[in-house]
Write a protein that binds this ligand. Structure first.
Ligand code: SF4
Length: 80
C-alpha cells in the first residue's frame, strides 16, 4: 500500500489511513504491546465512555485503539 508519510489527516484517504494505523498496531513490538485480553477490555471500556467520539478520546486526543495498544499507556480518567 502506498501512502504519504508527510500528509496531514485532512489530506489523506481515511480507509488507507485507518488500514495503516491497524497495520502499525499489529506490528508493535511484543514487549511493548498490550496483551489481547487486556486490549479488548480497554477498548470495551472506551466503547462505553462518554468521551469517545469518532474513535478518539476527547480527553487526550488519541485514537483509543492506538493508545490502548501500548502496555505503558493508561486512560487519562483512570478507567483502565
Ligand atoms: S481513554 Fe479513558 S477517557 Fe478516553 S475514551 Fe477511553 S475510557 Fe474514555
Amino acid at each position: 500500500m502506498e501512502y504519504c508519510r508527510k500528509c496531514l489527516t485532512k489530506d489523506m484517504d481515511w480507509n488507507d489511513y485507518f488500514a495503516t494505523m491497524h497495520q502499525y498496531i499489529d506490528q508493535i513490538d511484543g514487549e511493548l504491546k498490550t496483551d489481547a485480553v487486556t486490549y479488548q477490555s480497554r477498548l470495551s471500556i472506551c466503547s462505553e465512555c462518554e468521551r469517545l467520539l469518532d474513535a478518539m478520546c476527547n480527553a487526550c486526543g488519541c485514537y483509543v485503539e492506538l493508545r490502548a495498544a501500548m502496555k505503558k499507556n493508561d486512560c487519562p480518567y483512570q478507567k483502565w
